[in-house]
Design a protein around this ligand. Structure first.
Ligand SMILES: [Zn+2]
Length: 244
């Protein structure tokens, strides 16, 4: 997936967020109005400070206008909110993930079919999606963990998500709920949400065939190392092309 072009103005950021929200539908990983997206966005004019832009609650993406997105401050409790609509009911997971992980710029949350189905399975709630395929390492960890169940929109859900992500993972399942993914830009976060859904579909198939063999820790460590190198090289290439 192409990386998101460098965003210069808040209007560009709002338009990019809407564009990616629409592609969530096109990729088939959204379910009704359940998906939501956010993008780190720091403001220099009032209300100013470190913050994020997020999709509003209960509005179809095809009806979204740039002014419908909501800005939240990152470090105030409760956050300062600027917008004419209410932010997504899951704003706390988005805010807390962006607060905890300065390397992540964007967050996508969906109830995509296979990831959500697996999040209801006791085995997956205990073990996550294990290293049955090397692309599991695209999540930043050697398995895709599943956060303990907590009610939607609660601080407890956000805390469970942060525990499941740990210090390295960029995506996790949420028990009896869905999936959350993050990335260095909107395209990366969306690409990872799509990848997790694909892996969840494959793993479901493997479970129905009797369960997969798993890769060794050594094999996964090698893939994780390769992916870190790939991300760094990509970052350098992006920075070089944006400074041209
Ligand atoms: Zn949800």
């Amino acid at each position: 997936m192409k990386s998101t072009p460098k965003l210069q103005t808040e209007l560009q950021a709002r338009q990019a967020l809407i564009e990616q929200a629409l592609s969530l539908d096109r990729l088939g990983i959204n379910h009704g109005k359940s998906g939501n997206l956010s993008l780190r966005w720091h403001r220099s004019s009032p209300p100013q400070g470190q913050g994020l832009l997020i999709t509003p609650s209960a509005i179809a993406y095809e009806a979204l206008e740039a002014e419908d997105l909501v800005w939240l401050s990152l470090h105030d409790d409760p956050p300062r909110i600027d917008g004419k609509l209410k932010p997504s009911s899951e704003w706390q997971m988005h805010r807390d993930l962006l607060r905890a992980r300065p390397d992540c710029m964007a967050v996508v949350h969906t109830h995509s079919l296979y990831a959500t189905a697996l999040s209801c399975m006791p085995k997956v709630q205990r073990e996550g999606i294990p290293a049955f395929h090397y692309m599991v390492a695209a999540s930043g960890a050697d398995r895709i963990a599943c956060a303990d169940y907590a009610g939607f929109g609660t601080a407890a859900l956000s805390e469970a998500m942060l525990r499941a992500l740990g210090s390295e993972a960029r995506a996790c399942l949420l028990a009896h709920h869905g999936v959350i993914a993050s990335g260095e830009d909107l395209a990366a976060a969306l690409g990872l949400a799509k990848e997790v859904e694909m892996l969840a579909a494959m793993y479901s198939q493997c479970l129905s065939l009797g369960g997969p063999a798993l890769l060794s820790q050594e094999a996964m460590d090698a893939v994780l190392k390769a992916f870190v190198g790939y991300r760094q090289a990509n970052q350098v290439a992006c920075e070089a092309s944006s400074s041209e």
